[in-house]
Design a protein around this ligand. Structure first.
Ligand code: SAM
Length: 309
């Protein structure tokens, strides 16, 4: 694994370098300084705009909780991040038969709350961590697109899913051609930076987003412009630029640092693939799984599938 090179348009990277850079990025993003998990816990209105709340994740979590209330239910949360999926799964009363394992690369897993029904371990989800097809649920929320070969990683996750089990993942949606081009150009400059420097740069995107949000006036697009990926409609200035030209996230419910996190999360991780829904549905067909549910928002797709018994 260490030997292959991933060639992107702008740079090539060894697997070991990818692991190191991704871990450094998310160790900062989820670390004690920025304390994203406490911020989300204390600010439900901030949490409400996250794709993890907008896509059908809450409904999947309800299904798992219902099952784990009556029978042993094992969950592998691949790339568990700051532990939000377990927080949702274990809301009081925690289902008694839930057995949860979260795996991620970053250094902050030991800071997540201890719970007898949860294990958090540091590891690389591109590798087969568990030898058998053993989990009732495999979850990979907003992380496959950060791995060097997402389709391969997905296949690897499927090998750890029990017959009859459910796999669910979300991944970035493709944007307009102008957004795609500016994302790639800016990422090619920001990805090589160290995490602290990139985090500092992220502030500029937040300030731009904030100032554009404070700009009066509306942009009216009279017709769909399919070549440009622009839909007819009326847009606020920041909304229009954000959606079609440049990611510059800002939300008044977030502190400055926490707005910066969202921009940092977009521009600095080494890999951030974007997909049309058809492309990722194909991964499911390819593994012989049954697609049971999809959903799409501007930012991401959600897919849920079952393995035959
Ligand atoms: C955007 S975060 C999503 C975290 C979490 N799944 C959630 O939805 O809250 C992406 C996560 O993927 C993790 N990640 C990326 N590549 C990984 C890999 N190869 N192995 C384990 N974790 C990885 C990062 O460390 C980060 O925590």
């Amino acid at each position: 694994m260490d030997e292959y090179l991933i060639n992107l348009r702008h740079f090539a990277m060894k697997h070991t370098e990818y692991v190191h850079k991704t871990s450094a990025h998310y160790s900062k993003q989820w670390g004690q300084d920025l304390d994203f998990k406490t911020f989300i816990k204390k600010n439900p209105e901030a949490a409400a705009v996250m794709p993890g709340r907008l896509l059908p994740w809450p409904s999947l979590i309800d299904n798992i909780r219902r099952k784990a209330a009556i029978t042993k239910t094992s969950v592998y949360d691949a790339a568990c991040g700051f532990g939000d999926v377990f927080v949702q799964l274990s809301i009081d009363p925690c289902p008694p038969y839930l057995e949860y394992i979260g795996v991620d690369l970053h250094d902050g897993l030991t800071t997540l709350e201890n719970h007898v029904q949860a294990t958090f371990q540091q590891g690389d989800i591109t590798e087969k961590i568990f030898s058998e097809e053993r989990f009732d649920y495999v979850i990979c929320r907003a992380a496959l697109h950060h791995t060097p070969q997402p389709r391969e990683t997905f296949r690897t996750l499927v090998t750890q899913l029990a017959p009859g089990g459910t796999i669910a993942f979300s991944c970035y949606n493709k944007k307009s051609p102008m957004r795609e081009a500016s994302d790639d150009a800016l990422r090619s400059k920001i990805v090589p930076m160290e995490a602290d420097q990139a985090f500092g740069i992220a502030r500029q995107f937040s300030i731009l987003g904030k100032d554009l949000q404070n700009t009066d006036g509306k942009i009216q697009i009279s017709d769909d412009l399919p070549f440009l990926g622009i839909e007819a409609g009326t847009y606020g200035v920041q909304e229009f630029i954000y959606r079609y030209f440049l990611k510059c996230w800002y939300n008044p419910n977030y502190s400055e640092d926490h707005s910066d996190i969202v921009n940092f999360d977009w521009y600095h991780p080494p890999f951030a693939y974007r997909y049309d829904l058809d492309e990722v549905v194909d991964w499911i067909d390819d593994c012989g799984l049954k697609l049971v549910r999809t959903a799409t928002i501007e930012a991401q797709h959600y897919l849920e599938a079952e393995k035959g018994k």
